[in-house]
Ligand binder design. Structure first.
Ligand code: ADP
Length: 176
């Protein structure tokens, strides 16, 4: 019997949360598990007034995701949550609400490497002044790394496939 799990992936933009989630979802589904992926952007854009990236909006977005996890967990074996979630208090809220069914995964990358990858062009937009308040770049919206995550995936020393295998094994191991 699988234990229903929320796998919360936190890390800078460009860390690899989405890439790893897609690979992990495929792997889990091939084991017959029912998987939901809750991407932060999808939740953000579903609101009547779309949420932005101010610290307040980020906190609201994270709260909404926690609520959706709570509502949806009975229907899924695993919910993957690839969201930057830069604030320790939001992640602590998630843990408090979801309890033992949640694991926190730190998808680690240096700011230098994240801005070199820049898959969405956000660091470039920040540099040129088109975008303000990108998480981890300006003091106004710092990224607070988790102090005690269940798993750290170091995306600078492991490639995406290895990170995904490690996470999938962790999830499958917990579910036995
Ligand atoms: P995020 O969802 O965290 O913003 P993305 O998954 O959208 O990040 O983008 C990460 C980028 O980094 C992709 O272009 C991916 O191919 C690349 N990458 C390089 N190494 C890794 C790794 N070990 N894990 C995940 N992605 C990696």
């Amino acid at each position: 019997m699988i234990q229903h799990q929320v796998v919360w992936l936190t890390g800078l933009s460009g860390a690899g949360k989405t890439t790893i989630s897609v690979k992990v979802a495929n792997r889990l589904e091939s084991h017959g598990l029912k998987v939901l992926t809750l991407d932060g952007d999808v939740v953000r854009s579903k609101r009547e007034i779309p949420l932005g990236f101010s610290p307040e909006d980020i906190r609201v977005n994270n709260m909404l995701i926690i609520e959706i996890c709570q509502e949806s967990l009975p229907d899924y074996d695993v919910i993957l949550v690839p969201v930057i979630s830069p604030f320790a208090d939001s992640r602590a809220n998630a843990k408090e609400t979801l309890g033992n069914s949640m694991i926190e995964v730190y998808v680690r990358v240096s700011l230098e490497e994240a801005s070199r990858r820049d898959p969405k062009g956000l660091y470039r937009d920040q540099e040129s002044g088109k975008l303000q308040g990108l998480v981890g770049v300006e003091d106004e919206v710092p990224y607070q790394p988790p102090e005690n995550p269940n798993l750290i995936l170091d995306t600078e020393s492991l490639d995406a496939d290895s990170c995904a295998s490690e996470l999938a094994d962790h999830i499958l191991g917990r579910s036995q």
